[in-house]
Design a protein around this ligand. Structure first.
Ligand code: ARG
Length: 406
């Protein structure tokens, strides 16, 4: 089917078995593994990850450090767009897939491969993100999805790994399916599949409670981009890491939702995204004082669309690019500081915001003696503003109070 395939490799059971399966079935003559570090904690032992890929039969295994890229380009854009899919989920997995896709395509070119492959099943969003993403960047490459075709259960995969001497730590029973990166962790399966059941605390790591003490921090933004915590300049990567730690310590940033997958399935998922949520609510609070009213309102409408596009695998698409241009255009004056407090158990609250470029005008807002608002101006404004409704009430409102009966 393909000569040389570049496989998106996680080091886990499925992608390890996929290497050998591609070779055994002759779907591929050669397999190159590419593992992309987007801030997941389990990629730290890189030597054993590489050894596993080679033991499975890979010709080579490349590990790409994309942590800064993930932070500066992908997480930063999501913060600017206050992105929360269906009002809740800050797109953790959806943000990492285009990063991985970019490096897959890059490595496919370097190794002169004619196909790329991923280990996703047919039920999820990630297959969509991989395939649409690859086709957007490299329409000539074939995409192979072994796990969508092989029909193996998890137990079958464990047996296959044993038969092929692939050194894998996985057991036949794995309760949760977890996807992790810098922006948070997505947890599925097990008792979470019952939407009535309270989420178990066992799989939490970022938000495992480590403190009951309240903590307040000041987050600084420059033109929409987070730049410092408590006055200490840091990279976006460091800021997210720091907030994962501080907010996560009191259990803040957990999300329990039933979401609509692209493929039409409703799915109950649990997320822990302390840093992402702290940054989004803080950024949004700063926009409250910096964005002109109509701009703010329109941006909120487009934020919903931005999040849907990214969730649906359209990171690399003309509409997403156009929306990015809009989002960036709005950020010129979004510069300032936000105070946010994290309280046990699981609370995060914006308690203050300030900006030298704020549109908030104390003289206009105040009810005390410093008031500069021209109260008399409102009289004519309100009369004309309400004129249409007043005319309607006089001519039609009272008479047509009963709706037609058809
Ligand atoms: N439902 C989330 C999303 O579609 C999380 C997916 C997690 N992926 C995974 N392979 N466990 O973005």
């Amino acid at each position: 089917m393909a000569n040389r395939v570049v496989l998106a490799y996680s080091g886990g059971l499925d992608t390890s078995v996929a290497v050998r399966w591609l070779l055994e079935t002759q779907w591929a003559k050669e397999v190159i593994c590419v593992a992309v570090d987007v801030g997941q904690s389990d990629i730290e032992d890189q030597a054993s990850l590489k050894a596993r890929a080679l033991a499975a039969g890979a010709l080579d295994c490349v590990i790409v450090d994309a942590r800064e890229e993930m932070a500066n380009e992908f997480c930063a854009a999501a913060i600017v767009a206050n992105a929360r899919y269906e009002g809740k989920y800050p797109l953790v997995s959806a943000l990492s897939r285009p990063v991985i896709v970019r490096h897959l395509v890059d490595q496919a070119r370097k190794f002169s491969a004619d196909a790329v492959a991923h280990g996703c099943t047919g039920k999820g969003n990630d297959q969509v993100r991989f395939e649409v993403g690859v086709h957007a960047l490299a329409p000539d490459l074939t995409v192979l999805a072994p796990a969508r075709n092989w029909g193996m259960t998890r137990a079958d995969s464990v047996d296959a790994a044993a038969k092929w001497n692939i050194p894998i730590l996985a057991t036949k029973e794995k309760i949760y399916s977890i996807d992790e990166n810098l922006f948070g962790r997505a947890i599925e399966c097990g008792e979470i599949e019952d939407p009535w059941a309270e989420p178990p605390t066992a799989p939490y790591t970022l938000t495992a409670i480590r403190s009951t003490e309240s903590k307040e921090v000041i987050i600084s933004f420059d033109q929409g981009c987070p730049t410092a915590i408590d006055g200490v300049a840091m990279s976006v990567y460091e800021i997210i890491k720091t907030l994962n730690d501080v907010a996560g310590a009191v259990g803040a940033g957990r999300i329990d939702m039933v979401e609509n997958r692209r493929v039409g399935i409703k799915s109950r998922e649990v997320y822990e995204c302390p840093g992402a949520m702290a940054l989004i609510v803080s950024h949004s609070a700063l926009e409250d004082i910096c964005l002109e009213r109509d701009l703010a309102r329109e941006k909120q409408r487009l934020e919903i669309r931005w999040a849907e596009l990214v969730y649906d695998g359209m990171w690399f698409s003309p509409l997403k690019e156009a929306l990015d241009a809009f989002m960036n255009e709005t950020q010129g004056f979004v510069t300032g500081d936000v105070r946010i407090r994290f309280d046990h158990p699981g609370l995060m609250t914006v308690v203050g915001r300030r900006s030298d470029t704020a549109l908030y005008d104390h003289g206009l807002a105040t009810y005390d003696a410093a008031d500069t608002f021209q109260h008399a101006d409102s009289e004519g404004f309100v009369k004309i503003y309400g004129l249409g409704v007043k005319t309607w009430a006089a001519r039609q409102g009272a008479k047509n109070a009963t709706p037609p009966s058809w």
